[in-house]
Ligand binder design. Structure first.
Ligand SMILES: [Cu+2]
Length: 126
């Protein structure tokens, strides 16, 4: 094999590896694979939309360590404010997000302080 051929072969191998890594990271099929040599912390995330002055889903269950991102897809500003004061987004303009990581189990009620009837709940389990 020529030197140029080796370089091209190396690039192709790297591209294949990159593809394998990104394909792995993007899937969330619910299955668990234990590969000790490439173990990385599991990134747990969940999303709640704000639309029509409602949280969707308004009742969300996640496991400890999950980062919940609220996305305001509405045409007016909202807030994500925990009833017990654990977290508050402040005013979230349309098109903006707020993230919070739940590191303890429990039930977390929250509401929008602008629209008091706009309420949601996050239940955090082990
Ligand atoms: Cu609101």
């Amino acid at each position: 094999m020529s030197k140029a051929g080796k370089i091209i072969g190396g690039i192709a191998l790297m591209a294949a590896l990159l593809f394998a890594v990104s394909a792995c990271g993007g899937s969330n099929s619910g299955t668990t694979s234990n590969n000790a040599s490439t173990a990385t912390p599991e990134i747990k995330s969940s999303q709640v939309m704000m639309k029509g002055s409602k949280f969707d889903p308004g009742d969300l269950t996640v496991t400890v360590g999950t980062t919940v991102t609220w996305s305001n897809t509405d045409s007016v500003a909202h807030t994500v404010t925990a009833t017990d004061g654990a977290f508050s987004s402040g005013n979230l303009d349309p098109g903006t997000n707020f993230g919070y990581t739940f590191n303890a189990t429990g039930t977390f009620d929250y509401a929008c302080t602008i629209h008091l009837a706009m309420k949601g709940k996050v239940t955090v389990t082990e």
